[in-house]
Design a binder for this molecule. Sequence first.
Ligand SMILES: [Zn+2]
Length: 245
Amino acid sequence: MKTIILTITILFSLTNIFGQTEAPKLKLSHLTGDFYIYTTYNTYEGNKIPANGMYLVSNKGVVLFDTPWDTTQFQPLLDSIKLNHNKNVTMCIATHWHPDRTAGLEYYKKLGIKTYTTLLTDELSKRNDQKRAEFVIEKDTVFNVGQYAFETYYPGQGHTADNIVIWVDKEKILYGGCLIKGAAAENLGYLGDGNVFEYETTLKKVQKKYPHPKFIIVSHHDWRNINSLKHSIKLARKLKKKNRS
Ligand SMILES: [Zn+2]
């Protein structure tokens, strides 16, 4: 797969007084057609963790799937998109209530970008003091933006009670967010808000509904490996057994 690193050089080339180059804070990669992956980083338990989101460049504006985790990168992401595609972001949808998905919602709302979550995500965001979207969707919804369509699907509890996935039928993209882990992941990550008993069933519902994805986008691991969903189901099965015994 062709991968183009598009990020503006100036974002990368902040040098300190010793002349060393700091690690990039924002990375843009081509996925397929008009779809791109953006990555920001944050520190969790002492480790630098990447967080992937996606964007779609349509003829009616750019759609963001989730917001940057790194709160310094809300505007640089918009600037990079404008520079690379000469288009503005017009819509943003977050896939669950954790800040690695929702941190930028209010920033984008203030700029006039239409922000969305599910009603359940909005309730959990409110309860947990997280940023909230302007609009809520009450059920699985098909969005039509310019020449593209994509749908949201709530398969049940897993990583969180509210996690949704997004499906783009034309390009066969399954955007899994934090529900799906990478093909090399050792575990299902943070489960403090998760459901260890339902996780496997939830993932299997996703697999059944979208059996032939060409791409599976995961939040915190390599999104180029298509075995991520299968591997996550294996991990979820083990997790359920462990919690039963
Ligand atoms: Zn996450």
